[in-house]
Design a protein around this ligand. Sequence first.
Ligand SMILES: Nc1ncnc2c1ncn2[C@@H]1O[C@H](COP(=O)(O)OP(=O)(O)OP(=O)(O)O)[C@@H](O)[C@H]1O
Ligand SMILES: [Mg+2]
Length: 181
Amino acid sequence: MAMPLVPMLLVATSSPSQTKAVAAAIADLCVAGDLLLLMGDLGAGKTAFTQGFGAALGITDAITSPTFTLARRYEGRLRLNHLDVYRLEQMSEVLDLDLPELLDGNTVTVIEWGDAIAPALPADYLELRITFGEGDDDRMIDFRTVGPRWAARERRLSAALAPGTTSTDDAGAGPEDGDQC
Ligand SMILES: Nc1ncnc2c1ncn2[C@@H]1O[C@H](COP(=O)(O)OP(=O)(O)OP(=O)(O)O)[C@@H](O)[C@H]1O
Ligand SMILES: [Mg+2]
């Protein structure tokens, strides 16, 4: 039986600022209720990505790793819930959270090591996997859309991530799935 096609996008970066710029392009596509799961080994750049993502949402507070706090919340164009579920006890604390409440409202939620709790999350998110490249500052970022929210934005996602393009071609564009801001 033919396997369903899993859409995948791959982007290479060679500095933290490039990873933050990629994150900013993603943030520009985000709407209320979005969920991003960030995967990648220690030091891969999940928090760096979140910093670029938050800056593009207009967050001016410093975004720091929530490794020992489980979750931090920042106010921007959308409220950012930034979680890190690296430690087992944090994972169980997240499962104690009211996830529908967390994802509700004018928020976007980014979860580092989110695949660990994916079964407890709505199957409707953008998954990013950051891996190390050859040079110290080289990274590869794999994007995978899961569920309808991001599937509806795949074309815009590809355009935003394509080298040499900007996200301005989508500025003010109408919704593709009816829930875009
Ligand atoms: N291309 C790059 N993209 C992102 N970060 C990079 C890149 N090159 C070097 N770095 C550095 O790698 C480190 C990434 O750290 P960061 O805290 O973001 O990782 P993390 O994946 O969140 O780790 P942890 O699992 O511990 O939370 C930073 O020191 C950053 O400056
Ligand atoms: Mg981190």
